[in-house]
Ligand binder design. Structure first.
Ligand SMILES: [Zn+2]
Ligand SMILES: [Zn+2]
Length: 347
């Protein structure tokens, strides 16, 4: 079964053969075809209305972990990998249970990808394929993240220095994925308080066998007045330092904020976010890691998607690959032509 890569009018990618279609992380669908859900971040989950509208029994392709996390987020999906021939789920190192999709050993869709070993997440194996569909969130050369050892050392030194002065610390990262890595890396500092959403995700990770230090949900910490016993560590979703509750913690307890994000490479990021410290640490590949993935995969054709897709495709062409971005503008132009419901390739 030969597949071709297609982008539809919603700029969503699908693989199409003469028999089946596989949507890749769609937010919208128009029929009851296969749907690959790479992981349970909301930008990769199908709109709940669509899930109800279509009968997707045996049509969803996802890992057990992704189904479990999505279900915690109000979905009701099961993994049904068995019913689609020729597909394989491949670890992509992004968050627990996140997968890339390998089709007929020829096409590999990475989805959100990190090839860096981080805490309990292993470095993924990249398959050699003919066609690579790769994310390009940080597909510009300036996005190069420091080694993890250096980050761990830097953050532990900072915490130790603040603890010596009785100053509490708020570590901030995305609730699902980053926060569990932060819990794993810095959870030995006590008392360890975590936002209630993060607590729930930590518990799911533990159910899947990931070892994480025990933590106190923020609501309990408030009830038991643990915040009054400084210093403490709080792991909180990444948000602005001006956010009401964070501003209160800073004012009331003199807490300092540390944000973890790949965007911290940008010089103005800490000002923009109003955070005391920012650390370039991501659940995505940095630029060099993306290039390494492409070189390992040795594809004849590359499609780049998300973030700096144009810039990354341009660079890949420059070093001798054949790459094209998912080009929203061109697709929008064609969208107006009524005869074109789906578009072949990315032009
Ligand atoms: Zn993601
Ligand atoms: Zn994403």
């Amino acid at each position: 079964m030969e597949y071709e890569v297609i982008s539809n009018k919603n700029n969503e990618i699908l693989l199409k053969s003469d028999k089946v279609k596989i949507y890749l992380d769609p937010s919208h669908i128009i029929d009851e075809e296969f749907i690959f859900i790479s992981h349970a971040h909301t930008d990769h989950l199908l709109n709940k209305k669509h899930l109800k509208k279509f009968n997707l029994k045996n049509k969803i392709i996802s890992s057990r972990e992704t189904s479990a996390i999505a279900n915690l987020r109000g979905y009701s999906i099961m993994d049904y990998l068995g019913s689609c021939e020729g597909v394989q789920l491949i670890d992509n190192g992004h968050i627990l249970g996140s997968k890339g999709l390998l089709v007929n050993n020829k096409i590999f869709y990475t989805s959100d990808l990190s090839t860096r070993k981080r805490a309990f997440l292993k470095k993924p194996e990249i398959p050699k394929v003919e066609t690579l569909i790769i994310e390009s969130t940080f597909g510009k050369p300036e996005y190069q993240f420091p080694p993890l050892d250096q980050i761990i050392h830097q953050v532990n030194s900072l915490i130790s220095e603040m603890y010596a002065r009785g100053i509490p610390i708020i570590l901030m990262g995305y609730s699902l994925g980053k926060a569990q890595i932060l819990t794993s890396l810095f959870g030995t500092w006590k008392p360890l308080i975590v936002h209630d959403d993060i607590y729930r995700f930590n518990e799911i990770y533990k159910n899947f066998g990931i070892t994480l230090e025990d933590s106190i949900p923020l609501s309990n910490a408030k009830e038991k007045e643990i915040l009054n016993k400084k210093p403490w560590i709080l792991i909180y979703p990444l948000t602005s330092g001006k956010h009401n509750f964070i501003a209160y913690l800073k004012e009331r307890y003199g807490a300092i904020t540390v944000g973890f994000s790949g965007w911290a490479i940008n010089k103005n990021y800490s000002n923009f976010m109003n955070l005391d410290y920012v650390i370039p640490f991501s659940d995505h590949c940095d630029f060099n890691e993306l290039v390494e993935v492409v070189k390992k995969s040795k594809p004849e054709k590359i499609f780049t998607t998300h973030g700096f897709q144009k810039e990354f495709a341009r660079y890949l062409n420059f070093i001798g690959f054949n790459a094209e971005p998912v080009d929203k503008q061109k697709i929008n132009k064609i969208k107006n032509n009524k005869n074109n419901k789906t578009l072949d390739g990315f032009f």
